[in-house]
Ligand binder design. Structure first.
Ligand code: ZN
Length: 499
């Protein structure tokens, strides 16, 4: 079989180790799905396609290390809702949806991601029901879009009601609403293993294991997840300490584990290099140090943490502790945007207000987190995140004629602080040009738009019914939310108040 060779000529090629402000001009020879060589004046002989990248900045494809495709159609429906109250709506609106809707929502998320230069999404999907058919729809949609996915359907075996403080004071109807029963641990783990065999990792498909959150999983479930991760050599992602209420749950319900969810995961054998905890807004310094010592990672989602009133993650301590970091964009209805550019800027801005002293530049650091760091979270270090021989050919061409680069003084700084996504002109995933001249070639955008408009009639009617049914629970959730802010837990994650 002959291989396909593509030459990308004359672009400024962003190298994490090189001049990050004025990257050197270089050619990139791509053979099939991988970067074959990078250098000056590579010979075009034998190339099946030559792409002129003059006036372009060639950047490693951005990776979104935390995303959920289940609520894409909820985009723009919410604001000013704390996480626990927002979950009342967004979780049911992602469950038990039609095949057409599951396909469409997956494609819309992929479309937005590609247009914004994201070449890999880690989809921590709340797939309900957990069936072969639903799984096939999602994987087929990602293949069709041509985006790389680290697919991780979520598993859990503790119902949400178990984590509500003062649950006994809730009316029975509300208790029932939050008490949905999971399938057995064995069933869920068997489902995962079955999918790994049905759709072996390869090409643009990768797998990871995603226990919903440690407090939503029994030790047996977490141990099962750990064993599966070892057996298939996979990364693990789980939500940890997103809200103040979750820090309180740790102290109250996990006293046997030093009141710490990090200790709990350590005690069941999950704390280690495979593990990534998502959010970590209400994590203590001591716990951050434990994470760093275990080579476990933290995936920040500051856009959604701000929007869902969770607070500000302690980025100063995380950087000082040297814990490995990644970045995510989170739900379409929790941050409302799939933009790693926004996530990178947010990281730099929060780091800036956590340390008044001047410091070394952050832009090139956060570009590493969003590429190499995020690849590491998925166990794909050395394969994704840089434009180097042997790496997967996932890259983006940024148009330096965009006004964000007028004048053009620093690639790293302008990618992070001034790029709004407009400059993304072409996107290559796995050696295939999926976006060309700002058009996603793999998706018929007009047809998808028409399809979504049709689907939304049903969707909004169902959403209105969910809003109505949740009305009874709202005052109780608000009360629980307020109570979670009462005890002093020795940390502060909000800013902007005069006192
Ligand atoms: Zn999440």
């Amino acid at each position: 079989m002959t291989s396909k060779r593509t030459l990308i000529r004359g672009g400024q090629v962003y190298d994490h180790e090189g001049d990050v402000h004025k990257p050197a001009l270089a050619d990139i020879l791509i053979e099939d799905d991988k970067i074959h060589s990078v250098g000056a004046n590579l010979a075009p002989e034998g190339a099946h396609e030559v792409i002129d990248a003059s006036g372009r900045l060639v950047v490693p494809g951005l990776i979104n290390a935390h995303y959920h495709s289940h609520d894409v159609l909820c985009r723009g429906l919410f604001e000013e809702l704390p996480l626990e109250m927002w979950l009342l709506y967004t979780l049911p609106m992602g469950a038990d949806r039609s095949k057409d809707e599951v396909r469409a929502r997956t494609l819309v998320g992929a479309l937005e991601s590609l247009r914004c230069g994201i070449t890999t999404v880690q989809d921590m999907l709340g797939l309900s029901p957990l069936t072969d058919e639903q799984t096939d729809i999602v994987i087929a949609a990602y293949r069709e879009a041509g985006i790389r996915v680290v697919f991780s359907p979520m598993v859990w075996d503790v119902p949400p009601i178990a984590m509500v403080r003062h649950k006994d004071s809730l009316p029975p109807a509300v208790q029932e609403m939050l008490g949905n029963k999971p399938r057995s641990i064995r069933d869920q783990l068997d489902y995962l293993e079955h999918q790994f065999k049905r759709h072996p990792a390869g090409g643009t498909l990768h797998w990871a294991i995603a226990p919903f959150a440690p407090q939503r999983c029994t030790p047996k479930m977490l141990q099962g997840c750990g064993e599966l991760a070892d057996k298939y050599d996979l990364a693990v992602y789980t939500h940890v300490y997103e809200t103040r209420g979750q820090a309180l749950i740790a102290r109250e319900l996990f006293a046997d584990h030093q009141g710490s969810l990090i200790s709990y995961m350590d005690d069941v054998g999950l704390l280690g290099p495979r593990l990534n905890i998502v959010h970590s807004v209400w994590i203590s310094r001591q716990e951050i140090d434990r994470m760093a010592a275990a080579d476990a990672g933290i995936v920040l989602n500051q856009l959604s943490n701000f929007k869902l009133k969770s607070g500000i993650a302690p980025v100063f301590d995380m950087r000082q502790a040297g814990v490995r970091l990644g970045l995510g964009c989170d739900n379409c209805s929790g941050s409302d945007v799939q933009s790693v550019f926004q996530a990178m800027k947010m990281f730099c801005l929060t780091a800036a207000v956590s340390e008044p002293e001047p410091g070394p530049g952050l832009a090139h650091e956060v570009l590493r987190h969003a590429t190499i760091g995020n690849a590491r979270t998925a166990g794909l270090a050395g394969r994704l995140g840089a434009i180097r021989p042997g790496y997967k050919a996932d890259l983006i061409l940024i148009d330096l004629n965009d006004v964000a680069y007028l004048p053009y003084n620093s690639a790293a700084r302008q990618l992070v602080y001034t790029e709004a996504g407009r400059g993304v002109e072409s996107v290559m995933v796995d050696g295939r040009m999926v976006v060309k001249d700002r058009v996603v070639k793999s998706i018929d955008e007009d047809a998808l738009r028409r399809e979504v408009v049709g689907l939304m009639r049903h969707f909004i009617a169902d959403y209105d019914a969910v809003v109505k049914s949740r009305k009874a629970a709202l005052p109780h959730m608000l009360d629980a939310h307020r109570r979670a802010w009462e005890p002093d837990i020795g940390m502060h994650r909000f800013i902007g108040r005069a006192r």
